[in-house]
Design a protein around this ligand. Sequence first.
Ligand SMILES: NC(=O)c1ccc[n+]([C@@H]2O[C@H](COP(=O)([O-])OP(=O)(O)OC[C@H]3O[C@@H](n4cnc5c(N)ncnc54)[C@H](O)[C@@H]3O)[C@@H](O)[C@H]2O)c1
Length: 447
Amino acid sequence: MQIKNICCIGAGYVGGPTMAVIALKCPHINVTVVDANPDKIKAWNGPLDELPVYEPGLAEVVKEARGRNLFFSDDISGNIEKAEMIFMAVNTPTKTEGEGAGMAADLGYVEACARDIAKHSKSDKIVIEKSTLPVRTAEKIKEILEENSTEIHFEILSNPEFLAEGTAIQDLFKSDRVLIGGHETESGQKAVQALVDIYTNWIPKEKILTTNVWSSELAKLASNAMLAQRISSINSLSALCEKTGANIDELSKAIGMDHRIGPHFLKASVGFGGSCFQKDILNLVYLCKYYGLEEVADYWHHVIKINDYQKDRFAQKIIDHFGGDLKGKSIAILGWAFKANTDDSRESAAIYVSEKLYNAGANLLIYDPMVSQKSINRDISFYWNISPKLSQDRIRVMNEALKLKEIDGTAILTEWTEFKDLDFGNLVVFDGRNILKESNKIHQIGR
Ligand SMILES: NC(=O)c1ccc[n+]([C@@H]2O[C@H](COP(=O)([O-])OP(=O)(O)OC[C@H]3O[C@@H](n4cnc5c(N)ncnc54)[C@H](O)[C@@H]3O)[C@@H](O)[C@H]2O)c1
């Protein structure tokens, strides 16, 4: 099957970069990214230094492909109608109400996409799950598509995205693997082949893994759970290091040199953040409970519990350092993004650590090189549930590196390179990311 037009619903951190790279590598295919948020589309069509997603290398890719065969549009219906292949890259946050609230994935956005696809399709379509979804979601999507449109054949594939924010473009250019799940029917296998043909424009064949739909859906959740589990494992050991005099960096190195374990994701930190790990593990826990696998659910739930424990422990260390009370103390929060090289702050450890410091009475001066003041204020009102106006007296969001002399301590919460070169003088530095050299003035978690 020859694909000439691709439509991607969802122009976020996944839809934008993924489609930009497909368009770059497949100049013979028109790729249009649509979104329900017209401001986002406007920004994708705007100046390259103001794209709605910050990723190293993204602006260059967009510059080359945009207007050639890469388009951003708010015409959802027209682009669904035109495309032979439709990616769904919409958000799947944790449910906040109803059955499974606080654990299950909210599939409302994906279901809305499926209804739109059914409504506006006039010819057969390959519909691809790019969003991270609970195993067996394809069944639900098929139900919606067929309920709303009986004449047309929809073939559903799972093609989860494994990119990591901060290195998305590099990850998309040189994926460890591309996973495509399809049904074991003739039409299912034809659809799989159509997607394989797209990726083989730049991904070596041996890195393209085809499976059944359910394995593919579950592999994404399992993959994120395994990565987060390594972080929680090393973070749990950092607490034991502090009690025993062992050094967590030396421990990480010693463990990681074992080829059966490997060195990645073994660095102690203030805990993982981001939009994926927590929500995907909660989703996995919910699925295990749904299938009556209580022990398995408990096992994975502990990965989240250790992460919460680590964030709390880090903030408590700072409070303890100042004798249990931060009233009148000014603490600089360096870094708000959940990791370096992204402007994404969803579920960032900085949000939780800062909240605890604020509640202990601290004045906070917050700075991040990429997260805007607007986003930081939005996070404070969303996650802390207080109005930024109420907190303004004790919170200042800075748009340049801080004048460190005027403060009592600094907490480094994102591993931005620029923080490595800052001169902290005699200041107490609490480092959540192990980015500074050893110093007895530096109180690093896990040391
Ligand atoms: N962010 C990551 O690093 C990452 C990596 C791999 C997988 N994922 C998964 O990919 C999915 C998307 O994540 P994201 O970070 O890109 O989310 P995002 O919030 O950045 O983007 C989602 C976009 O979808 C749009 N949208 C929602 N419903 C819509 C609808 N019915 N019609 C049109 N547009 C709609 C929203 O306006 C938003 O712009 C999630 O399932 C996530 O778990 C994310």
